[in-house]
Design a protein around this ligand. Sequence first.
Ligand code: NAG
Ligand code: NAG
Ligand code: NAG
Ligand code: NAG
Length: 356
Amino acid sequence: MSSGFLHQRTLHNPFSTQFYTSPSSSANSKKPLSILSPTVLLPLLTLIVVLGIFSPWLGVPQNLFFTSNPEISKWGHYTLDQALTFVAKNGTVIVCIVSQPYLPFLNNWLISVAMQKRHDMVLVIAEDYHSLYKVNELWPGHAVLIPPVLDVEASHKFGSMGFFNFTARRPSHLLKILELGYSVMYNDVDMVWLADPFPYLQGSHDVYFTDDMTAIKPLNHSHDLPPPGKKGRPYICSCMIFLRPTDGAKLILKKWLEELQMEPWSRTKKSNDQPAFNWALMKNAKEADLYLLPQEAFPTGGLYFKNKTWVKETKGRHVIIHNNYIVGFEKKIKRFRDYGFWLVDDHKQESPLGGL
Ligand SMILES: *[C@@H]1O[C@H](CO)[C@@H](O)[C@H](O)[C@H]1NC(C)=O
Ligand SMILES: *[C@@H]1O[C@H](CO)[C@@H](O)[C@H](O)[C@H]1NC(C)=O
Ligand SMILES: *[C@@H]1O[C@H](CO)[C@@H](O)[C@H](O)[C@H]1NC(C)=O
Ligand SMILES: *[C@@H]1O[C@H](CO)[C@@H](O)[C@H](O)[C@H]1NC(C)=O
């Protein structure tokens, strides 16, 4: 880590801030650096900025512009299969799904993952070309885009149709990964790791998940799917899911997609993908082997950030903290800062995307 830090200090260019810990990615790092002489870099940056501003109005896919630059255009053709081959460790990959507005949260989450030495197996699923190029420039090979591209502007307003389309892609992306034969851990990027979650994935169940209910459970609570609540279904979070490439896990994802299609988006319902995930789990609990992760290790934000007594009682046993039960980027950042979880402030150099 310290060599990566010195490396970024001496080069003084915005593309040199990556560091590498695995031999496979350091081999990759040599290529991008070779094209980064100031004479190449400046026009390239200008081109990226100009295209970033005008391409939405031109209505042309951004990757068409980059075909003359082999370094950049290759990421437009980088397939999920190639990305998984490069990133997965022991047949397992950690994924998140981001669009441009979420990049600061991606960076924060990645720092916490890197602190547990699991960043090598992270694949960022980019929902726009900006995020794809940005992540791959700083950290080659760790971002992939699964077409088609969505409208970024519309995708980050919670409750909007664009947001719904954005979240509805989650089961579809995860299913593609399972069908390629990999196990996958999905995380929302408004999370922070305090410990390594993998030791908690005990047994050989199909789907692992966490409860989004704030009610306190006994420490020895059941690992079965919780009973339905007031809305006739459980309140499992679609924010943190681990799936094995089994028939049971694939069935849950297919049913999740079906539930989303059955209950199409409507403005009044302010839909997101979580209710559909819960219907899929509940209706198919007999067909798949489900596993509820322990609440003390994976509490909902509605419990963690609201009950100091509980946090004290369970101190040292928390694994992933989710910054939910609050709306708005600024509020989320402030809350993470207040709890010392906005790692971007003091641990920037520990991120694979240090320069972001
Ligand atoms: C690799 O994956 C297998 C099957 O999922 C698991 O049993 C094993 O513990 C894993 N090994 C390591 C080193 O993580
Ligand atoms: C969302 O998806 C629907 C159906 O695929 C499409 O008609 C609509 O234009 C999309 N909306 C946004 C804002 O992406
Ligand atoms: C948890 O512990 C209590 C008290 O020891 C016991 O009555 C209960 O059955 C246990 N619950 C489970 C799910 O094991
Ligand atoms: C907060 O946590 C404590 C300790 O677990 C519990 O006794 C109390 O009922 C909780 N308060 C609320 C409002 O849930």
